[in-house]
Design a protein. Structure first.
Length: 229
């Protein structure tokens, strides 16, 4: 799929939102305002490709509204979903550091608004605010640790263990029980590297056992998930 026509706006909604993004939260107001002057905000329809794996492009994207999925596609066309992202999150940060091709693809899963910060604008801000470098290093370290956990999960856990890990990781931080998004069985299968049929059987057994309750809009974890399936 190709990205659809986008409406471009300068700084619409970006000023208030950048302060909520962890990468920029610690910046002085003046430094954040300088970045905001050079932000381009774009709106995308559902199922629009924002980044294509292998493309050469620069810049960091901040999700202002909507939802996107970050994924990779193999030579056989099989898709692996790495994560979903919500408003206030960002992606494409590696392009701020090197000039290598994009390592993943990003697609909207609902109409979305994103702000693009170019490499030049970010580096100008970095030169004036060296502490931003430490903030970026900290953010990248966190993501590396998360990716390491994902690799360990794929290597050491069976399919049930991987499904349980995804459910627990996506549960609300407030009570650890509510997953306020309804992933399809195929999406969940793509996230854990398993067949849809296997994931469907696991979810059915968890539902029958009373461990989870599934509705059209959410999943609720009713009690501690069993150690094995």
């Amino acid at each position: 799929m190709t990205a659809a026509t986008r409406e471009q706006e300068k700084g619409i909604g970006a000023g208030a939102e950048l302060g909520k993004v962890s990468l920029f939260a610690g910046l002085p107001d003046a430094a954040r305002a300088e970045i905001e002057k050079r932000v381009v905000t774009r709106t995308y329809p559902r199922n629009a490709i924002v980044i294509n794996e292998g493309d050469f492009s620069d810049g960091l994207y901040v999700l202002l509204s909507g939802r996107v999925k970050v994924f990779s596609t193999g030579d056989d066309g099989k898709e692996v979903i790495l994560r979903y992202q919500e408003p206030g999150e960002y992606f494409g940060e590696l392009a701020l550091i090197d000039e290598a091709p994009r390592s993943v693809s990003v697609m909207t899963v609902e109409p979305s608004k994103l702000s693009l910060i170019s490499r030049d604008a970010f580096r100008d801000c970095l030169a004036k605010n060296p502490d931003l470098a430490f903030q970026l290093i900290g953010e990248l370290t966190h993501r590396i640790r998360s990716l390491t956990d994902d690799v360990k999960s794929l290597a050491l856990l069976d399919v049930y263990g991987r499904v349980a890990r995804v459910l627990l990781n996506r549960a609300s931080e407030t009570d650890g029980k509510l997953i306020a998004e309804r992933l399809t069985h195929q999406e969940l299968a793509n996230m854990v590297g398993a067949s849809r049929e296997m994931v469907t059987r696991i979810l059915k057994d968890l539902t029958t056992g009373g461990y989870i309750t599934m509705s059209d809009k959410a999943i609720v974890i009713n009690e501690k998930l069993p150690p094995g399936w």
